[in-house]
Ligand binder design. Structure first.
Ligand SMILES: C[S@@+](CC[C@H](N)C(=O)[O-])C[C@H]1O[C@@H](n2cnc3c(N)ncnc32)[C@H](O)[C@@H]1O
Length: 412
């Protein structure tokens, strides 16, 4: 309904080093330029969303009022000082700056580097591709572990790009480790879209995967990078990733009770108040696109179908396979009382070196969790299910729908 329109709460605005006003919907997603009148329009949305005529006249009135009330020249200097004191403006030599939350949080960075499966596999892959002629782009460097490894391996140059305050720790860590980087290391503390690096980069290493591999906006980030390097002669680590869907039965563990209650409250309730309430809530709450990431240990679930590949995405992003759209048949091989569609991914770092978000697999990287999508009905061995999948327009989420004889069992 038109009257329910509102600006997404995830909208973030920032001013680039060049002075452009940029908007994004998540920290790592792509950015787009916005003009001041558009920002003002978004501010007027709650009042005039269903009356574009009044919005247009109010927009003109408010923009005119703004231009009449601009600060005179003598006020500008003190305003700039105040903004600097408030930390809104930072000096070139300031050691503050950079985004402090999300990936700027040291504990989040620690969660990634302490995931030894993930990190050691990356180092193993880098060890195979780096040589003294390598010019490395460490895209989303975090604490700089890949930069440090590359410098230690004696590469020609490393460009480390990191948009959060974590970037500030990288030189200190290099120094503490005694890694010599003089003249071979450039730290770029900005979003990669603003980062300047030469076209001669020939190794791009990145780890931009969310639990939904697309969730951190990696596709937009990589598309920009691919356009700015000599792709044919550049090694991307990882080279590709593949997404899988699998039906599982969750029979114990932390998620079991809510999934079981979800599966069981589908049938008509008994006379018990609690059962009746769950049944009523189950039918009223909007679970039409229910999904959540959660860590499952191997003993908490059992696989009830083949794992269907939704497609392989090359990080060089120019093959036909890189679009995750398709239709598949899934065969249920075991009855599932608490059935869940599990989405997970496997990253191919280089030939023979992989990491995945599939709990229980030998290459499982601990800090990722698979995405669970509870089914709204039980499935039995022999059932044939139809899985359709795609992505949202911004390529930040994998979308799926699972049906049995045209009845939707799960969707995201
Ligand atoms: C999953 S972490 C990986 C950090 C480090 N490479 C590692 O493996 O330990 C991703 C990092 O990339 C950064 N990042 C994501 N997108 C970025 C972008 N477009 N420009 C700059 N930094 C980005 C995030 O701030 C975060 O620190």
């Amino acid at each position: 309904m038109v009257s329910k329109l509102r600006v997404s709460r995830s909208l973030r605005l920032r001013v680039s080093d060049k002075g452009d006003l940029l908007a994004s919907l998540s920290k790592s997603s792509g950015e787009f330029g916005v003009s001041l009148d558009l920002v003002q329009m978004l501010r007027l949305l709650p009042q005039f969303q269903d009356d574009s005529k009044r919005m247009a006249s109010e927009l003109k009135r408010s923009m005119d009022a703004h231009t009449k009330n601009l600060p005179p020249q003598q006020e500008i200097e003190s305003l700039l000082e105040e903004l600097q004191e408030a930390g809104v403006i930072v000096g070139a030599k300031d050691n503050e700056g950079g985004i402090q939350d999300g990936f700027g949080d040291p504990w989040i960075q620690w969660a990634m580097i302490s995931d030894s499966v993930r990190t050691r596999k990356y180092l193993e892959a880098l060890d195979k591709v780096l040589n003294k002629d390598s010019i490395v782009l460490d895209l989303g460097a975090g604490t700089g572990i890949f930069s440090a490894f590359a410098l230690m391996k004696g590469v020609k140059h490393v460009y480390a790009v990191e948009e959060t305050a974590s970037a500030l720790e990288i030189p200190k860590i290099l120094q503490r480790m005694g890694i010599r980087s003089e003249g071979r290391f450039s730290l770029i503390r900005s979003n990669s879209a603003d980062a300047k690096f030469p076209r001669t980069v020939n190794v791009v290493v990145s780890e931009l995967f969310g639990n939904d591999p697309l969730g951190e906006g990696m596709m937009a980030t990589l598309a920009d990078i691919v356009a700015r390097v000599d792709v044919e002669n550049t090694v991307f680590v990882p080279g590709s990733f593949e997404v899988f869907a699998e039906i599982i039965d969750v029979h114990t563990g932390a998620a079991h009770h809510r999934l079981k209650a979800y599966a069981e409250s589908n049938k008509p309730a008994s006379k018990d108040f609690y059962d009746r309430f769950l049944h009523a809530a189950r039918n009223e709450l909007d679970f039409s696109s229910l999904s959540f990431p959660i860590h499952l240990s191997e003993s908490e679930f059992i696989s009830c179908s083949n794992a269907v590949s939704l497609g392989k995405v090359s990080l060089k992003l120019f093959s036909d396979e890189d679009i995750l759209f398709g239709k598949h048949e899934m065969s249920v091989t075991l009855d599932a009382a608490v059935p869940v569609l599990m989405l997970w991914f496997r990253v191919k770092l280089v030939d023979g070196v992989t990491v995945s978000s599939r709990c229980g697999s030998p290459d499982f990287a601990l800090h990722w969790s698979p995405i669970l999508i509870p089914l709204n009905d039980k499935v039995n061995s022999g059932d044939k299910l139809r899985l359709e999948h795609g992505t949202d327009e911004e390529l930040t989420q994998i979308e799926v729908s699972l049906t049995r004889a045209s009845k939707i069992l799960a969707a995201r």
